[in-house]
Design a protein around this ligand. Structure first.
Ligand code: GDP
Ligand code: IMO
Ligand code: MG
Length: 423
């Protein structure tokens, strides 16, 4: 069987959690392959709203196994809080949630380092989520990391060594801190974590595939935040692109089947960094208010703008997207017209590709399209779509040379329309 991947094509928060939940019944297993609690994946169903950070979004559908893969970074304290709140609402996790022994642990001092590095950058700060993501991946790559599997062997010595190294850096940066509470919660998290299955997820997934089972990989963040292809240095510290599913789970490239690329009908970004189609006017504010564009975890206001097809074409290319999923089109329901950026003007010259340097000289070139001005939130099938909406969908499909398979018209699980495109 093949492994399908669902990932964000913009700067994150496209609605990945919602759609993974909707697609889970078609799969045996759901797996996260990168990122950590910097993610906030929102799901809504039966009048309840959940925000997941480290736990895959397949956890609410029956008894499906969910895997946290080796490419993920895990904070035991935040994991405990997240898992306990799900358990309190009646969801049994311990048997169904498997954690890779090779996943790296976010230490309390990683969080402090994240804050210290951001403070040191001043105005040039990345605007991270402050969860220690960068420092944890830094330790992984520099071969100094602490892994979930270490919990089972000589853990105290491994932890103390890493902590001492971090404290020396913090001292150097003159960063003041108090570790007591953070460390207490972290070690409680470690004890809690021990109740879960620690697995060799690469073996588990490949055995499942051999037995004819299907896997859906859930991306976190988005392609424009990818460490290699995103708007560096204003990115996260992992490979958010499709290739990350191979390295983050131990899946061979020829095992990848569908690549679902998810995007909003407009565009948002949270944190610092370039955003060519950002709107600083009333329209941007209207999108923010109608779309409730505030961070699922941090509550930070998201920057809003028009859809950027130059960036989306790039994301489709890097990921080999086979099917597109368009989210939050209902947010544009009241607009008279909408704009789409089809090219950039750089120093007077028009380009249609995503350039190396995205700076203040990059000016979006827009086309303006008539909008539909119809409430789409209760629609159940594409037969009900207004003509202008169909025209917008066709326009995007043409521009991106990829079919749009799913359209989302509201946050609830039920507000999801599968289109009749051929498979
Ligand atoms: P993720 O990180 O990609 O899972 O996305 P987030 O959960 O951070 O942000 C998506 C937000 O949009 C959440 O608040 C969702 O409940 C909401 N949402 C998802 N799909 C739709 C939609 O089609 N319409 C509207 N209005 N909201 C949506
Ligand atoms: P989901 O999975 C949106 C952004 C941060 C910051 C940059 C680096 O919910 O889509 P980090 O803490 O990762 O070092 O921050 O990346 N960022 C996200 N933006 N959605 C996310 O996740 C994000 N995870 C990180 O705002 O700009
Ligand atoms: Mg999010």
């Amino acid at each position: 069987m093949k492994v399908d991947v669902l990932l964000g094509l913009q700067w994150g928060d496209e609605g990945k959690g919602k759609v993974v939940d909707v697609l889970t019944p078609n799969y045996d297993v759901v797996a996260r392959f990168q990122g950590g609690p910097n993610a906030g994946h929102t799901l809504e169903f039966e009048g309840q709203k959940y925000v997941l950070r480290s736990i895959p979004s397949g956890i609410f559908q029956g008894d499906k196994v969910n895997i946290i893969g080796n490419g993920v970074v895990l904070d035991p304290a935040l994991f405990k809080a997240e898992a306990e709140s799900l358990e309190a609402s009646g969801h049994n996790l311990k048997e169904r949630l498997h954690i890779s022994k090779k996943a790296h642990l976010i230490l309390p001092t990683h969080r402090l380092l994240d804050a210290a590095y951001e403070a040191a950058k001043g105005d040039a700060k990345v605007g991270t989520t402050g969860k220690g993501i960068g420092p944890t991946y830094t330790d992984k790559i520099s071969r100094n990391g602490v892994r979930v599997g270490d919990i089972l062997h000589n853990f105290d010595a491994i932890y103390s060594q890493a902590k001492a190294r971090h404290e020396a850096i913090l001292k150097n940066l003159n960063f003041e801190y108090d570790l007591t509470q953070l460390e207490k919660e972290w070690f409680e998290g470690i004890e809690y974590l021990k109740q879960f299955h620690f697995v060799d997820s690469e073996h588990e997934i490949n055995n499942l595939l051999r037995d004819g089972k299907s896997v859906l990989c859930e991306g976190a963040q988005g392609t424009m935040l990818d460490i290699d292809f995103g708007s560096y240095p204003f990115v996260t510290s992992s490979n958010t692109v499709c290739a990350g599913a191979c390295t983050g789970l131990g899946v061979a490239p020829n095992r990848i089947g569908e690549v679902f690329g998810i995007f909003k009908a407009y565009c948002t970004r949270v944190g610092s960094g370039p955003f060519p189609t950002e709107l600083f006017d009333e329209t941007g504010e209207t999108i923010c208010q109608i779309g409730h564009e505030y961070g699922a975890v941090t509550g930070r206001k998201r920057r809003c703008g028009w859809i950027d097809l130059v960036a989306l074409r790039y994301s489709v290319m890097i990921n080999g997207v086979t099917k597109l999923i368009m989210m939050k089109s209902d947010v544009l329901d009241t607009f008279e017209t909408i704009k789409a950026c089809v090219a950039y003007k750089v120093n007077g010259e028009e380009i249609d590709y995503f350039p190396y340097d995205i700076n203040e000289n990059v000016e979006p070139v827009y086309v303006e399209l008539p909008a539909w001005q119809v409430d789409m939130t209760k629609m159940q099938s594409e037969d009900e779509f207004p003509e202008e909406f169909n025209a917008y969908v066709s326009f995007l499909e043409e521009q991106l040379e990829t079919p749009i398979k799913i359209v989302s018209v509201g946050p609830d699980r039920d507000q999801t329309i599968i289109r009749y495109t051929e498979d």
